[in-house]
Write a protein that binds this ligand. Sequence first.
Ligand SMILES: Cc1ncc(C[n+]2csc(CCOP(=O)(O)OP(=O)(O)O)c2C)c(N)n1
Ligand SMILES: [Mg+2]
Length: 330
Amino acid sequence: MTAQKTTTATLPLPPGELLEMYRKMLTIRIFEEIVFDVYRKGLMPGLAHLSDGQEATPVGVCATLHPDDTITSTHRGHGHIIAKGGRVEPMMAEVMGRVTGYCRGKGGEMHIADVSLGILGANGIVGGGIGIAAGSAFTAKREGKGRVSVAFFGDGAINQGIWYETANIAVLWKLPLIYVCENNQYTEFTHFKKLTAGEGLGARARAMGMKSLEVDGNDVLAVYQAAHELVGAARKGKGPATLICNTFRYGGHHVGEPGTGYRSKEEIAEWKAKDPLPRFENILLEHKVISPADIEAMHDEVLTRVQASVTTAQQAPFPDVKEAGEHVFA
Ligand SMILES: Cc1ncc(C[n+]2csc(CCOP(=O)(O)OP(=O)(O)O)c2C)c(N)n1
Ligand SMILES: [Mg+2]
């Protein structure tokens, strides 16, 4: 299957920033592949929710953010965390339940946070991050320094009451809140069309009086450009906005199921032909931002780093039972 080609006449960012975006997308892909391996080898407790196939959305959005902007994430959060600057070593240690993890091994793969990077947490409660992001946007508004808050969530979360409650107040109070819906087509094992009444999230956002854009969520530059517009407006006090990114997860809902029982081979192949990584690679190659040798070298470098994060985590202890009740409240 050959990758779909995207042509872009002019690039929206300087080469260094584009390379950083590419490195992050590659890091997410490799991190997810290695987490799957860690799961298969029995090196982690529980299940992992992987986001390979969805790399362009978090990277395109986070490329518009400043270090002091905040994000909230979901149960499928590894990509958001890497895109906002999270380091793979404490992430892998957290996945593996070790004391060197971001949350001292007590959060696990679904609850990674680094407040110093503006990552207010991945979240196992569908829609749970939206309320936290609205609170962060309220703080940003009161501070008046132009910071923004981004809530990442899936297509399944748009039917949760918290979206409507926060959207209402965010519009009324002009909060700098960007709702980013990663529509990966499925809510667990059900197609989003079977769960979504009316015309979908864009129409709902507009009904609330909020601007809404919908983009190809596998085209990192399209995501970047749309997010840049909405984030820029929110920084200037124009209030919240919604960005819908259409994308697809390659694997199952979690690593314990293959993702094939409810999705046809044709559907999976169709989305793999739109893989965000080779599409971005083609653009970078075409504009001579990167060479095939650079791509190979970067791949090897990231792979070595993520593999090393597993070995290092294996050498770290599990948290002591005595600290089970510590670090529970922030
Ligand atoms: C409030 C709540 N209801 C149900 C669940 C069980 N659950 C976990 S993930 C999930 C599907 C979420 O789908 P979506 O929002 O599209 O995110 P995706 O898994 O596709 O990334 C559900 C129903 C949950 N964790 N929280
Ligand atoms: Mg979904």
